[in-house]
Design a protein around this ligand. Sequence first.
Ligand SMILES: Cc1ncc(COP(=O)(O)O)c(C=O)c1O
Length: 459
Amino acid sequence: MNIMLKTNDIANLVEADRAHVWHHLSQHKSYETVDPQLMVEGRGMRVWDATGKEYLDATSGGVWTVNVGYGRETIADAVRDQLVKLNYFAGAKGSIPGARFAQKLIEKMPGLTRVYYSNSGSEANEKVFKMVRQIAARHHGGRKWKILYRERDYHGTTFGALAACGQPQRNTDYGPYPPGFVEVPHCLEYRNQYPDLADYGIAAADAIEAVILREGPDTVGAICLEPITAGGGVITPPVGYWERVQEICTKYQVLIHIDEVVCGLGRTGKWFGYQQYGVQPDFVTVAKGLASGYAAISCTITTEAIFDLFKTDASDPMNHFRDISTFGGCLAGPAAALENMRIIEDEELLGNTVAMGERLRNNLLGLMEKHPVIGDVRGCGLFQGAELVADRVTKEPLAEAKVQAVVAKCMSMGVIIGATNRSLPGLNNTLTLSPALIATTAEIDTITATIGEALTAVA
Ligand SMILES: Cc1ncc(COP(=O)(O)O)c(C=O)c1O
């Protein structure tokens, strides 16, 4: 760690934080007796807190974000250079980094052509919901306005995104929500809802068709899905699922919106998670790893066919997409994202993600042999989860407090891992692992060895 804080400074900062900062997703009662932890520095895969304690971070900043690792001076330089040249101009105008980055992103997304800038995953998803609603209003005579979302998926924290939220612990109490968001069943094979049907992937996708038929195909405009569900339990789609989803959506003219906020930019070993499954989306939303947290940026990406629907009548002042994101015009975002993408390419981080993802998965499967508390290991690339159960036969989930104790034990041993939390009542029992795409074999082995020790100690 470069910055050494004096004991007095630390105490003052902790008190300032305790007195004035409201932490995200946190129950603050505990801070009456325990000090809030301040993170102060990062380098590669490692972070240091204010006391100087070092951690190996297997979460990319807690929430799947710092894909290229901490302390990237070239990204900082690119951002600085852009800020002193031009920090901001509203997105009704173009910009040099905005044009360059859109072109570079689109090169990786065959079939898609248009990039709309905003600054969070929630906001990127809201843009799609608004586009779908406007297409319904202007091109389908007010029909096809409903948006399907999936049980256990998460799409953000704003009202539209919470209306499309398959995690009751995230959206309960904050309603009422806008109408027209309809849930479809989850596709977690480990907790198969259709044990009598032979092919789980097809059965889970057919459940979507059943919802479309129930709602009326002429009312359903789009479906919003994570390619691999993240905070809802690292749910990899079952075999055949995405192909069947695509068939169903084509049949009923339902637009496919893939939320790549977590999986995008290499997390699974391909540029985008959907590219693992051969599906062709109409909309893709990206945030988190887009600039690895060096700047706040998100993108809503779509096809020329969708884009064209918003310029059919230049004489009509209501015809275009009537939306703005003030900070979607911050140019630090695309400047950072461009350099972030260069790093992923030049350092061949997609290949590293495949290789290290395989190692992480094999190590977790090794742990599963020794620890009956691991009921299932799931994931793709450097995006893996281990579902913990009290009983492998009944699959009774391990109590959330015990899952959190495993996370805390790892933290005390200097390794930061994640766990699904405050999402699904009774089912917040999956350890989540998402190291930066630069992870080495030694780091992966340290992460899993530490988890093994924590499981022995706690579970
Ligand atoms: C899949 C997914 N979509 C959207 C979001 C929302 O992103 P943000 O917090 O940037 O609004 C998240 C955040 O965790 C997410 O996991």
